[in-house]
Design a protein. Structure first.
Length: 67
């Protein structure tokens, strides 16, 4: 598991740091980009619930040049 249970509670910066340290795939960091920056997540389930309702699309959903 990329995000260990003992890393919670954690905010965006903490979660991104864990993913970077573990050399996680970039699409996981992409999904985190939609999280509120000031919120702390108390558990992995709480994080999943927030991600499920975020408006961030997959990085593979771009058609053509992304910029």
């Amino acid at each position: 598991m990329v995000l260990p249970v003992d890393c919670f509670p954690a905010g965006y910066d903490d979660l991104a740091a864990v993913l970077l340290r573990k050399h996680a795939p970039s699409h996981l960091l992409w999904r985190l980009s939609g999280l509120p920056r000031a919120r702390a997540f108390g558990s992995l389930q709480e994080l999943f619930d927030c991600l499920e309702h975020s408006q961030v699309s997959s990085p593979n959903s771009y058609v053509g040049h992304p910029y």
